[in-house]
Write a protein that binds this ligand. Structure first.
Ligand code: GRF
Length: 197
């Protein structure tokens, strides 16, 4: 019986595509829902093209009432009955109460080598710090933003000519390799960390 995976997005969904396209053949999981907080997010069409059920819960009408927004998210997830939830470019901060419902079953990909640079603007911060290495991290989601147990990291050398944009592009390519690799292991019950170059 395949594990059911819900993927939460806010934009282009390139990580969602990488995850969805990896879940074939003998992969122990299959996508069951792509859920966006942004109506018309490009990733929704990419999911629909793949025959994956989609839903939208626009956060704006909730006017900052995070609990009410998350109750609406939960209602969509209850309908899809996922075993695993993957945050993939999902740009809303989740409350500890919501995370507690999914702790141990929710993953996120973050574009830095955590614990370095939690939060935003990670590429510019790595450049400003003069870091020789940069990359991305897949971690379990816990109540503290971008601080859960690390399940995998992908590293790359920062090049002298790199800009925040060129770095973001190269890190994104690494995300598309790392996230599927971690999800496959996670769906098989493996929790050991992997590192890819
Ligand atoms: C990217 O910046 C990625 O680093 C982060 O979310 C953003 C959008 O990713 N994880 P996606 O193309 O929507 O997956």
């Amino acid at each position: 019986m395949s594990a059911r995976v819900a993927i939460l997005i806010s934009g282009s969904g390139s990580n969602m595509v990488a995850l969805a396209d990896s879940m074939t053949g003998d992969h122990p999981a299959r996508p069951c829902l792509v859920l966006s907080n942004v109506p018309g997010a490009a990733g929704l069409a990419r999911a629909a093209e793949r025959g994956i059920p989609t839903a939208t819960v626009d956060h704006r009408p909730f006017r900052g009432d995070r609990a009410a927004f998350e109750d609406a998210l939960q209602a969509e997830l209850d309908r899809a009955t996922p075993d695993i939830v993957c945050l993939a470019g999902f740009m809303r901060v989740l409350t500890p109460a919501f995370v507690a419902r999914w702790q141990g079953r929710m993953l996120n990909i973050h574009p830095s080598l955590l614990p370095l640079y939690p939060g935003l603007d990670t590429h510019a911060r790595a450049l400003a710090a003069g870091d020789a290495e940069h990359g991305c991290t897949v971690h379990e989601v816990t109540a503290v933003l971008d601080h859960g147990p690390i399940l995998g990291q992908a590293r790359l050398r920062v090049l002298p000519q790199d800009t925040a944009q060129s770095l973001a592009t190269r890190v994104l390519a690494q995300e598309h390799r790392l996230y599927p690799a971690v999800l496959r292991r996670f769906a098989m019950g493996e929790r050991g960390r992997i590192d890819i170059a």
